[in-house]
Design a binder for this molecule. Structure first.
Ligand SMILES: *[C@@H]1O[C@H](CO)[C@@H](O)[C@H](O)[C@H]1NC(C)=O
Ligand SMILES: *[C@@H]1O[C@H](CO)[C@@H](O)[C@H](O)[C@H]1NC(C)=O
Ligand SMILES: *[C@@H]1O[C@H](CO)[C@@H](O)[C@H](O)[C@H]1NC(C)=O
Ligand SMILES: *[C@@H]1O[C@H](CO)[C@@H](O)[C@H](O)[C@H]1NC(C)=O
Length: 367
């Protein structure tokens, strides 16, 4: 109802100044009192998109049957905690292309039937862990094109029903596996256009991602930015064995930290990471998951098996080669010896012949 909104809304919908009065009249006539004057409503949908709104219109007037509320392409930069109170039937909420930089923890708490939420292309840098609490029907969540650097552990804890999630185009360099484990029914995950650091911090998440793919889910390209030798590589194509050194790091660090912590499971992966400093992971909340995270997936176990078998085969081949070489040497030396003896004997036989020949001649001559 603010004059500023009025003005902005009207200039976008009815640009010629003369038409603006007509515009007001028409909207008033058609929509009655239950629709905010800047929006276009029918029984199930309220379209307040592209009106240049800097604050929310009074949504308490919306018909209680409203399923869809479009607030995209406005200039909203903040929302009051009770902004969406009483819209219990709402299923689709579109807040994309605004300037929201943070959201109060309980802002969506009164929307138990919400199935699709879009916060695409805002300025969000942090999300409250409680932001999605109570949204048990959520199927689609779009958080793309924001400034998020962390997905807090706990944010997605109630989202076992989520099917589609986009985190593309943020500032994520690592993700906690524990934050994503509740997503038992996820089918589509977008992670592209983030500055991923493909080091030990991403190893456990990679395992989770492989499990998602194994279930038939979809993940888009996850291109590494760091380390340098993996830049541009898709982490899905980086063999899991390349992260084996993490286990070593973890074990070394675990042995060191276990004594100081006294009883708590040794798990300092976040701090054990190689020189990639500046990674702030929400690790504290995930400590109980340490034991889970130490589980070695099939591929690692298979790799160890392969190494053992290869070692045994190599050993057998080596032994056979040594035996063959030894046999060759012995045979060669025996032959050499035999040859030498043969040579030694041959001249003797020649002498004997030479000695016998004259004898024969003598004998023959005598004869
Ligand atoms: C409400 O409007 C939207 C688009 O403006 C349309 O798709 C929908 O069918 C309409 N619903 C009703 C009940 O008129
Ligand atoms: C929401 O509903 C409650 C009662 O159910 C009412 O007291 C309150 O004023 C309503 N809030 C809004 C914003 O309409
Ligand atoms: C929420 O959804 C359920 C099941 O789809 C429906 O029975 C219920 O009426 C909805 N709540 C509101 C307030 O419309
Ligand atoms: C993001 O939002 C801004 C402002 O609302 C808009 O100008 C820009 O085109 C949007 N970008 C995309 C990719 O939607």
């Amino acid at each position: 109802m603010q004059p500023a909104e009025w003005h902005l809304g009207l200039t976008t919908t009815c640009s010629p100044a003369l038409l603006s009065v007509l515009c007001i009249l028409v909207t008033q006539l058609w929509l009655g009192s239950s629709c905010p004057s800047v929006c276009i409503c029918n029984a199930s949908e309220a379209d307040c998109s592209g009106r240049g709104l800097v604050s929310l219109p009074s949504l308490g007037l919306l018909p209680p049957s409203t399923h869809t509320l479009l607030l995209s392409n406005n200039r909203l930069s903040s929302l009051a905690p009770a902004s969406f109170a009483n819209l219990t039937a709402l299923e689709h909420l579109d807040l994309s292309n605004n300037y929201l930089d943070k959201l109060p923890a309980g802002v969506f708490a009164q929307l138990p039937n919400l199935t699709a939420l879009s916060l695409r292309n805002n300025s969000l840098t942090v999300l409250e862990t409680e932001l999605l609490q109570g949204l048990l029907q959520l199927r689609t969540l779009d958080l793309s094109l924001n400034g998020l650097s962390v997905v807090p552990v706990g944010l997605l804890d109630e989202q076992a029903g989520l099917r589609w999630l986009s985190l593309a185009g943020n500032r994520l360099h690592a993700l906690e596996r524990a934050a994503f484990e509740p997503l038992a029914n996820l089918q589509h995950l977008e992670l592209g256009n983030n500055p991923w650091e493909c080091d030990c911090n991403l190893r456990d998440f990679k395992h989770w991602m492989e499990w998602l793919l194994y279930r038939g889910g979809y993940v888009d390209a996850v291109e590494c930015t760091l380390p340098k030798d993996l830049r541009g590589r898709d982490i899905r194509g980086v063999p899991v064995e390349m992260f084996n050194y993490c286990l070593q790091l973890e074990d070394e660090n675990g042995a060191g930290a276990g004594g100081t912590k006294g009883g708590s499971p040794p798990c300092n992966r976040a701090t054990a990471a190689p020189p990639s400093e500046g990674i702030v992971t929400a690790g504290e909340a995930g400590l109980p998951d340490c034991v889970k995270q130490r589980y070695r997936p099939v591929s690692v176990r298979r790799a160890i098996g392969t190494v053992v078998i290869a070692g045994v085969v190599c050993g057998i081949v080596c032994i056979m080669m040594v035996a063959a070489a030894a046999y060759g040497c012995i045979y060669a030396s025996l032959m050499a010896k035999y040859q030498r003896e043969l040579k030694k004997r041959q001249p003797l036989m020649g002498d004997a012949e030479a000695e016998t020949d004259p004898d024969d001649k003598q004998i023959s001559s005598v004869a």
